[in-house]
Ligand binder design. Structure first.
Ligand SMILES: Cc1ncc(COP(=O)(O)O)c(C=O)c1O
Length: 379
């Protein structure tokens, strides 16, 4: 069922902030004709968040903007002018020793660790038990201290929240009662992705998508997608994709309120292994998603292989949106209901690259750095 709600566009200065981050460049929007043939549609566009400011996921967009806003609130005065991150770090050096803290199932924690390193701060990251060593190592490489919590992602979130203090900011991408400002700014930061997509489509003269597929963990990224898609002139069908045993947004929508899907959540789509939607995202999630799809790990693996075939290196979580679209469009009744046909344009957002290279090679059958070069980038 389509919803007609619109949401105010986020502040315009976010894009200008991101442009001052090191190695910022819009990520690629790709035309994937083989995927279009496979799905029986006119065009598949893939937004590849597989390398963003040197990190293998989109998460730095939210972590960087939210950290900056939290620091502004912490120091209580404007930090302008600064032209690059080193100048910003110099202005904040008097705070040291200073720490950024968060909980993560991988990518957000890596992004917060990266941000802390750029600013010369410490980072302490809490992770659920069972996280792949490669993901922990990646955070430690950024200089973070990583603590494994005896529990799931929600337990790690609760543990991180305990440590807020005068010389320590919690930069969480999910929210709970009394902790809403920073997660809202994380969502704002993600909207840069959708502006980049619009810019690339407008510049190329292609059609805007009829349907967009977005993966959901706590739903913060989806909230950014809804904000963008429902505040502009183009309003595609929005499809939210979750793992089968962590479909907390779908369960919440069915219950009509935030619902908890207890763990342990064991999907290989680890970025989506969340048991409860973000409080701050919920109003948008409950009103703005047109279709929910839950996929299993085999579907995610197949999507990774299909994306590799289209020259896109997608990690397990990165494969989720294509897995969801495939499940939906392979069902003729659903396809009809959606009004998707051979002239439609589908947008698939691949939110991460090979965050666990060994697992990637095992699933796809080749190393991530052997995947073919992209010849069809849309500028
Ligand atoms: C790669 C990736 N994609 C999607 C998501 C889902 O984002 P959200 O938790 O905001 O729904 C995450 C969350 O960690 C992620 O790491």
């Amino acid at each position: 069922m389509r919803q007609d709600r619109t949401w105010p566009a986020p502040p315009a200065e976010i894009a200008a902030f991101h442009r001052r981050m090191p190695a910022y460049a819009p990520t690629l929007l790709l035309d994937a004709p083989r995927l279009a043939t496979r799905l029986g549609v006119g065009r598949v566009l893939v937004k590849a968040e597989t390398r963003r400011m040197s990190l293998p996921s989109f998460k730095i967009l939210g972590a960087s903007w939210a950290t900056y806003q939290a620091l502004l609130a912490h120091v209580g005065h404007d930090l302008e002018p600064w032209g690059n991150i080193n100048e910003l770090a110099a202005k904040l050096a008097y705070l040291k020793p200073f720490k950024l803290i968060t909980a993560t199932d991988g990518n957000h924690g890596r992004a917060v660790s990266f941000m802390a390193r750029l600013l010369g701060f410490d980072a302490h990251i809490f992770v659920p038990i069972g996280m792949a060593p490669a993901r922990i190592k990646a955070m430690e490489k950024e200089g973070a201290v990583v603590t494994v919590v005896d529990g799931d992602y929600d337990a790690a979130v609760a543990r991180a929240a305990e440590d807020a203090g005068d010389s320590c900011l919690v930069i969480s991408d999910t929210s709970w009662p009394g902790y809403e400002t920073t997660p809202a700014q994380v969502i704002e930061g993600y909207t840069t992705i959708f502006h980049e997509i619009d810019d690339a489509i407008d510049a190329s003269g292609l059609n805007h998508p009829d349907l967009v597929a977005i993966p959901m963990g706590v739903g913060a990224f989806m909230a950014a997608g809804i904000t963008h898609c429902r505040s502009g002139e183009h309003s595609p069908i929005i499809v939210g994709v979750e793992p089968m045993d962590a479909d907390c947004v779908q369960q919440s929508a069915q219950a009509g309120d935030i619902a908890h899907v207890p763990g342990p959540h064991k999907s290989i789509m680890v970025g989506l292994n969340c048991g409860r939607p973000s409080l701050i995202a919920w109003p948008r999630l409950s009103a703005g998603i047109d279709w929910f799809v839950a996929v299993d790990d085999d579907a995610a693996r197949q999507a990774m292989r299909d994306l590799a075939d289209a020259a896109v290196v997608a990690g397990e979580t990165g494969g989720a949106s294509l897995a969801g679209v495939t499940a939906l469009l392979d069902d003729d009744d659903r396809r009809k209901e959606l009004g998707i046909d051979s002239s439609s344009t589908i947008l698939v957002i691949v939110t991460e690259g090979a965050t666990d290279p060994a697992a990637y090679e095992q699933i796809v059958g080749k190393p991530h750095d052997s995947i073919g070069r992209v010849l069809t980038a849309i500028r």
